[in-house]
Structure formats: C-alpha cells, structure tokens
Write a protein that binds this ligand. Structure first.
Ligand code: 5AD
Ligand code: SF4
Length: 435
C-alpha cells in the first residue's frame, strides 16, 4: 500500500456530480488517498465542475486561481479539473490555468488512477474520451463502510434530446443506461450499508432502458429489496413520462410522491425554438394524468426566462402555466448562452428584461411553494430522519414529498423512518411531531 495522501474534492452542479465525486474518491482510495474537507494541506485537489450556465464555468477559473498559494507552499500538490467544464474545455483549461495538472471528463473516471500517476510524475494528464467501456464497471467497489440513510445511484447518463440551450448532450454525450443487474447489485450493497432511500439519477432518467420494463421496471424490481423503503428519481423529460411510469406512481408504495418534471417555458413558440418537442398543453394534460394516478404528488420543475426571442406575451404564458400547475418547488434561471449550442447564435433578450422576468417568476414560485407547504400543516406524512438539527434535541429529515422536516425528540436517530404530523410551516422547512 502506498503512503496516505489527502484528497479534497469540491463539487459543483447537479446530483450526478455529487455521485461521481463519491466514486472518484473511491477510485483514488486505491492509490492511498483519503478524503479531507479542506483544500489546505491536501495533496490532491479535484474540482468536479458544472458547465450548465456561464457563471458556473467562470467560478471554476476563479477558484483555481486561489490555489496558487497552496501550490507555492506545497509543490507536491496536484490540481485536477473533472466534470463538464473538463469535458467542454479540455486542454484549454491547462493553457488558461497552468496550475492544473490533470483534466478528466465525466466518462473517464475509471482511468483516474493512471492519470493520477502521470500527474504525480510531473506530467500533464488529460482524458476527455468517450470510451466504449462503462466507467462504473471499472470503478472499484464502494468500500463496505456505513452510509447515510439516503443515497444517490446513477442509472443513466447523457442525453439525446438536444434542447437548443443545453450543453449536456455535448459534455455528457449520448444517452447510456446501466444494465439492471448492475443497478440492482449496487442498490443491495447500499441497503446492506444502512441506506433506506435511493434516488436514481440520470440527465434523462426516465429514458432509462437498462431494464426491459424501462424506468418503471427497475423501480418495481428495486421495490422488492427488503430494507429499501423509499425510491425517487431525477431528472425527467415530459416526453419520456410513459404510461408504465405513471402507473408506477399510483401502484408502488415505495415510490415517493414527488416528481421533478421540467417544462422550461409555458409558450409554445419558445418551446418550439427550444426544440423541446412538446407543447404547454400536452405538458398540462400529462400533469393531469400523473395527478390522477397519484393525487398527492408534489411537482417540481425548471424554468428558463429570457430565451432568445422570448416576448412579454411568451413570458406571460410561462406565468400562466405555473399558475395552472401549482408547483411545490422549482428552479428558475436566466437564459445563459452556451458556446456550441444552437441558441447561442441567436439574438439575445437584454439583461434587464431577463432580470425583471426572473424576479417576477421567482416571486410567483415562492408564493406557490409556501402555499403548498402551508397546506401540509395538520397532515400526517412519513419522514426519514437524516441528522441532528442545530437546536439540542432536534432531528431533521425529509418527508415523503421531500420537504425538510424538523422534529423535537431525544430518541430519534439517523435512519429512523417515522410517521409525523406537520405542525408548522416556515420559509424552507416544516415543523412536526411524532405520531
Ligand atoms: N441557460 C439557463 N439555464 C439552463 N439550463 C440548462 N441550460 C441552460 C442555459 N443555457 C437549466 C434548465 C435545466 C437545468 C438543469 O438548467 O432549466 O433543466
Ligand atoms: Fe452541470 Fe449538467 Fe454537467 Fe450536471 S450534467 S454538472 S448540471 S452541466
């Protein structure tokens, strides 16, 4: 065994990156690395980056600049960039920031041990291939340590949809599903180590085809695992929300009543320009069918304001759609042009208009979120407790509907799944008592 070295990983962006960071730490575990939670004193710093919006990518360069002092103090320090900025910019990162020793794209994490060895030997190491082999097969097994009660499990990566604004089809490549048998064995392993809730991840998770029954099929099979109590998935595309998956929401008790189903805009003209291949109306009809299957489902979504060509009337159509759906939780963004995507070439909406629309949309979404939360008061729901709260004797967990819930109790521990009655609603959380 080689000497122990300290590894600091900083993760940006989506949950898929959170999952990948865990797996990278495991891959480097074999090289004698243990994870540390600060860059100071680390022997290797990895930034697992996000390229989805311009700001996210720029943050990476400003963060890298701050590592100069650390490198001066410790010439043995190696600095790596992983994730979607690594994939999109490749060698350009090393040119722009010579401090960087290693650049690795999301499909090449199983090659990290070799890349690390090259970087350690003083060479620049770069790998942004889309290799044939499944990166997850080659990553070393997760060590048998106890795990927190809620875990992510990536089942699908990449995207074939080519929304006109999005870099994912370029950075994460074509849609690839992991075989059901691999997903099942990883899930069983997680459950053996204390996991009670699994969130299946994929950029287009409901396009999953590693099981003959699609995503609904793997969900039903996962539901047979004793000890696994809750199943979730994210992120979905409306066009892949098939009958089987809708039915699963009504029939599989372990599948939680929460669905992230981004629509991006409520204007048919904008949806067409975005290459979404669905209309506002077809989305609303879909929501009706999902709610018919699972009436208490909490819906969440993503919105982009100020997409090239968006008029005030288009924006109003988005506000109307939001009113019609009544979301429990949403993410909303100003359109950010991404190099290489079709929409980046078009005439842009001015920044002040984008700001104004984002503010109006976010005010509406915030009101809805609060209204949905307030209506939970008095209801009984399940909560999976995850950690102590800040106040003494307090535990925090997630409800079936993914609300953060605080309970005063001295005999709860992380991993307890209990019924609670909601007693209060605050800005971003609920208070409850055990029943
Ligand atoms: N500009 C702004 N928001 C974007 N998203 C994706 N690409 C862009 C972009 N170029 C948003 C979408 C997507 C979420 C993950 O990020 O709403 O659903
Ligand atoms: Fe960011 Fe998308 Fe890459 Fe996730 S997949 S890290 S959201 S660019």
């Amino acid at each position: 065994m080689s000497q122990t070295r300290k590894l600091f990983i900083k993760t940006y962006g989506c949950q898929m990156n959170v999952y990948d960071s865990e797996r990278m730490a495991e891959a480097l575990g074999g090289q004698g690395y243990v994870q540390t939670d600060s860059a100071e004193g680390a022997d290797m710093i990895l930034l697992n980056t996000c390229h989805i919006r311009e700001k996210a990518a720029e943050k990476v360069y400003s963060e890298l600049g701050r590592f100069r002092e650390l490198k001066d103090a410790n010439p043995e320090l190696r600095i790596g960039v992983a994730g979607c900025v690594a994939q999109a910019e490749g060698e350009e990162i090393m040119r722009r920031q010579p401090l960087v020793d290693l650049v690795v794209g999301p499909q090449s994490y199983h090659r990290l041990p070799q890349l690390e060895a090259r970087a350690r030997a003083g060479q620049k190491a770069l790998d942004t291939d889309f290799p044939e082999e499944d990166k997850f097969d080659h990553l070393t097994a997760r060590p048998k340590a106890r795990r927190a009660p809620a875990a992510f499990l990536t089942v699908q990566e990449g995207c074939d949809k080519f929304c006109a604004f999005c870099v994912v089809p370029y950075t994460r490549g074509a849609e690839v599903s992991r075989p059901a048998a691999r997903v099942m064995s990883e899930a069983r392993d997680l459950v053996e180590r204390g996991v009670r809730e699994i969130t299946l991840l994929g950029q287009n998770v409901n396009a999953y085809h590693g099981h003959e029954g699609g995503l609904a099929g793997i969900i039903r099979e996962l539901a047979t695992i004793d000890g696994l109590e809750r199943i979730r998935f994210t992120t979905s595309h409306p066009n892949d929300m098939d009958d089987a998956l809708i039915a699963a929401h009504g029939e599989v008790d372990k599948l939680m009543p929460y669905l992230h189903l981004p629509v991006q805009s409520g204007s048919d003209g904008v949806l067409k320009a975005m290459n979404r291949k669905h209309s506002a109306e077809s989305y609303l009809r879909l929501i009706e069918r999902i709610r018919a299957a699972r009436p208490d489902i909490l819906l969440s979504g993503d919105f982009i304001v100020g997409f090239p060509g968006e008029t005030e009337a288009d924006f109003q159509a988005t506000m109307d759609l939001v009113e019609a759906v009544e979301y429990g939780q949403c993410y909303s963004f100003k359109y950010s042009p991404r190099p290489g995507t079709p929409a980046a070439e078009r005439a842009h909406v001015d920044e002040a208009t984008k700001d104004d629309r984002l503010q109006r949309l976010q005010a509406l979404l915030k009101r809805q979120q609060r209204a949905v939360q307030d209506r939970m008061v008095g209801r009984e729901v399940g909560v999976l407790f995850e950690r102590p709260g800040r106040a003494a004797g307090q535990m925090v967990g997630k409800s079936d509907h993914l609300h953060s819930v605080f309970v005063e109790s001295s005999d709860l521990v992380a991993g307890d799944l209990r019924r609670v009655r909601i007693t209060g609603s605050a800005a971003n959380s609920l208070a409850a008592e055990l029943v």
